[in-house]
Write a protein that binds this ligand. Structure first.
Ligand code: TXA
Ligand code: MG
Length: 332
């Protein structure tokens, strides 16, 4: 398949001819990748079952793993879901546009293929001018999982998408690098108790603050539960073995020297995020993991930020999955 590249970096999305063409491609039933503030998504018109089917095929994604539907105004959420009450309105006011995905019971017009056969649908309003303008010009919500081949890290730069999907999709809109770098917080509001199925940079504390009641954190305690189908699939793990170290700087580097001398034959790649804030680390993590795979290292040592905070929970969630839980806290 010929993949059209639409580079809109530095352009005004409202005026860019590239976005007009990409929108037309989506209206014609094509699949087109585009940037959001979290990671790049691979989009299709969410109500077009045939177009959505092409996403599963291009990604090699199991068809029971549902997609997030991207909207540009609150009225679209009401058109797609049932039971969006005052709490959902509060969440939208507080966090949209932004990296929060809300799960609600779906209306019949949402095709089963978009929701992986579930009776609920995941909705998000992305905080990206390019994404919002694309949705506006298509005039319909866009289903979009992360724009990587299944099992690879989510793409945070246009070049990551090109590497994974060129030749497999109709178009790729290339914008700025993703500001957040890890995927949105997924919050299930379809039941009586709100449950976070996937942690992100919008934290449980912030959501509790808005709702004024208890919020559970669910997915990782119940891997593969029917509530969060995504969690039962193997997540990205690099080709190399990966170890996470955390602790005081001198101690961590002493430990790395020790490992280097013990494993002199191994090509070791270091991802040093020790001095970064958790937000800065989240932004670069997936790109660094891709780089290390390209460098063909045998062992990746990732140094976690020393200053952990509530965003660190979402960052660690992605790091631990990549490392198969291979984590060491370095203490005196
Ligand atoms: O930041 C993001 O969320 C990015 C950008 C492109 O918006 N999208 C993204 O999509 O990460 P994806 O498909 O890679 O991850 C969506 C997650 C999966 O774990 C999926 O199982 C879950 O959301 N999900 C989607 N719909 C669901 C539903 N109805 N019930 C439970 N989980 C759902
Ligand atoms: Mg994904």
């Amino acid at each position: 398949m010929d993949t059209r590249i639409y580079d809109v970096r530095g352009k005004d999305p409202e005026k860019a001819e590239e976005i007009r063409e990409a929108a037309q491609m989506l209206k014609d039933g094509g699949i087109v990748a585009f940037p959001t503030e979290t990671v790049y998504g691979l989009g299709a018109v969410a109500l077009d079952a045939a177009a959505v089917a092409k996403i599963y095929e291009a990604k090699g994604r199991p068809t029971d793993n549902p997609m997030i539907v991207h909207i540009r105004d609150f009225a679209e959420l009401e058109a797609l879901t049932n039971k969006a009450g005052s709490e959902v309105e509060l969440l939208a006011k507080a966090f949209w546009p932004g990296p929060l995905t809300i799960i609600l019971p779906k209306k019949d017009l949402v095709p089963d293929i978009t929701t992986g056969g579930l009776k609920t649908v995941a909705i998000r309003m992305p905080d990206s001018k390019v994404a919002l303008e694309l949705i506006r010009q298509v005039g319909k919500p866009l289903a979009a999982p992360s724009a990587n081949i299944s099992g690879r890290p989510s793409p945070t730069k246009g070049e990551h998408v090109e590497k994974d999907l060129a030749g497999r999709v109709h178009g790729i809109v290339i914008g700025e690098d993703c500001r957040v770098g890890i995927e949105s917080t997924v919050l299930d509001m379809s039941d009586s108790i709100p449950i976070i199925l996937r942690p992100g940079t919008i934290t449980a504390e912030e959501i509790k603050g808005v709702l004024g009641r208890e919020v559970l954190t669910g997915s990782d305690s119940e891997p593969g539960s029917p509530k969060s189908p995504g969690t039962k699939y193997t997540h990205y793990s690099p080709k190399a073995e990966m170890l996470i170290l955390q602790g005081e700087k001198d101690l961590v580097f002493r430990e790395i020297d020790k490992i280097k001398s013990q494993k002199a034959k191994l090509k070791i790649g270091i991802i040093d995020m020790g001095d970064k804030t958790t937000k800065e680390a989240a932004k670069v993590l997936f790109g660094e993991l891709r780089k290390k795979d390209e460098e063909n290292v045998d062992l990746i040592i990732a140094i976690a930020p020393r200053n952990q905070d509530s965003v660190g929970f979402a960052l660690m969630n992605r790091m631990l999955k990549a490392a198969g839980n291979n984590f060491r806290l370095i203490e005196e």
